[in-house]
Design a protein around this ligand. Structure first.
Ligand code: MG
Length: 394
């Protein structure tokens, strides 16, 4: 077939900015880039406070500029990188403004939580292609972000493995309507446990995910099933779905990363071993599938792939996320802010595992509903919900 991409070496190198380069997704994105340096070039790296790793990465990948969000670490980073003619900026505002740099083609947003929202908006406004690993951006302000992307003609390519799976299933099917998507969930480390058993689980136990090795926020969210709830909201915005078109099924082996059912009843699934480098590479290289030697799924080693219904009575966060999704407006933003506070307090061992959904539920009940929020309304909702969640905890 004669497509413009039949010879991938003809495609110019994509110049990439990675926001959050020292985290789990950021470091794996750099692994992918290292495998394909003929296709990708690192233009910008940003980190929150891991100055040592940022310096190491910059020395290896020679970006044009780096940002360290924590200002007090700027002198250390400057001392190391300015002699190499790498520009060094600091502060959170610099993270949001660096994405406008003319030489960037694609911005990979791997920031954690609400902090990803503003830089993503700025990158879209500047017309950059987005590879989105920060699901909270679409949870908090999905209508605003997707509307802006449409206006600017900007593509948002998902990196979350479930959404990458859906994207891979609909590639080549863009003119065909989706009847529903089926998001798969591993069930996390506590699948099958009762509420009584969950009463006393520790932070260390919750941080041990059976299939995926990820950052602490998303790992706790996986243990409470909030992660799947956030992903349901993310799916709605990425693929223009109604809440009723998003289904969740527990699939403990994490081989099928999600499925799409079309209007003729056919279901497509995307399968592979759980390895985030695959969805990262698909998003960076789209529409090309680059050759990679990531470990292969060996079907003979998996005599059965199983599916079960999620237990939303025990793992209430999933039901609460669907409630927020159905109510719409600023409720997903409330859900996210309450959850971010609850997860942080759980990680700091201030509250127990079962208290997390309590905090989220109470915030959903107590915060004012705004049907059509503007950007300022989201900022206010986020701020006020965090205060409310902390009041409830303390
Ligand atoms: Mg995911």
């Amino acid at each position: 077939m004669n497509t413009p991409y039949s010879h991938t070496q003809d495609v110019p190198r994509k110049r990439i900015a990675i926001l959050g380069s020292t985290g789990s997704i950021g470091t794996q994105a750099l692994e992918v880039i290292a495998l394909h340096e003929e296709h990708f070039e690192v233009e910008v790296l940003t980190a929150n406070r891991n100055a040592d790793l940022l310096i190491q990465q910059a020395m290896r990948f020679k970006p044009n500029a780096v940002v360290i969000a924590e200002r007090s670490l700027a002198p250390q980073v400057k001392a190391a990188l300015e002699p190499l003619h790498i520009k060094v900026y600091s502060g959170e505002a610099a993270v949001a403004s660096i994405v406008e740099m003319e030489t960037i083609d694609l911005v990979l947003t791997a920031l954690v939580g609400y902090s990803g929202l503003l830089p993503t908006i700025r990158a879209i406004e500047a017309g950059k292609t987005i590879a989105l690993a920060n699901k909270e951006t679409l949870v908090v302000a999905g209508d605003l972000v997707t509307r802006l992307a449409r206006e600017k003609g900007v593509n948002i390519f998902p990196i979350d493995s479930e959404h990458s799976a859906i994207f891979q299933c609909i590639t080549g099917e863009f003119h065909n309507r989706i009847e529903k998507v089926i998001l798969t969930a591993s069930g996390g480390p506590f699948r099958g446990k009762t509420r009584e058993e969950l009463e006393s689980v520790t932070c260390a136990e919750a941080l041990k995910h059976p299939n995926w090795n990820m950052g602490s926020k998303v790992t706790i969210d996986s243990a409470t099933l909030m992660n799947k709830g956030l992903e349901a909201i993310e799916a709605k915005w990425l693929f223009g779905l109604e809440p009723s078109q998003v289904e969740v099924v527990v699939h403990p082996q994490s081989i099928i990363h999600s499925m799409v059912q079309f209007e003729d009843g056919s279901i497509k699934a995307q399968m592979s071993l759980p390895d985030m480098r695959l969805p990262i590479q698909f998003a960076l290289a789209y529409p090309v599938r680059l050759k990679a030697d990531f470990p292969r799924f060996d079907i003979s080693r998996y005599p059965s792939l199983t599916f079960e219904q999620p237990d939303t009575k025990t793992f209430r966060n999933l039901a609460l996320a669907f409630e927020a999704l159905n109510r719409g407006g600023n409720m997903p933003c409330v859900l996210n802010a309450a959850n971010e506070v609850a997860v942080r307090c759980f990680l700091e061992q201030k509250i127990g595992f079962l208290r997390m959904p309590d905090v989220v539920e109470q915030c959903l009940t107590k915060m004012d509903y705004i049907k059509n929020p503007r950007f300022e309304d989201y900022m206010e909702t986020d701020r006020k919900t965090r205060i409310k969640a902390l009041e409830l905890i303390n």
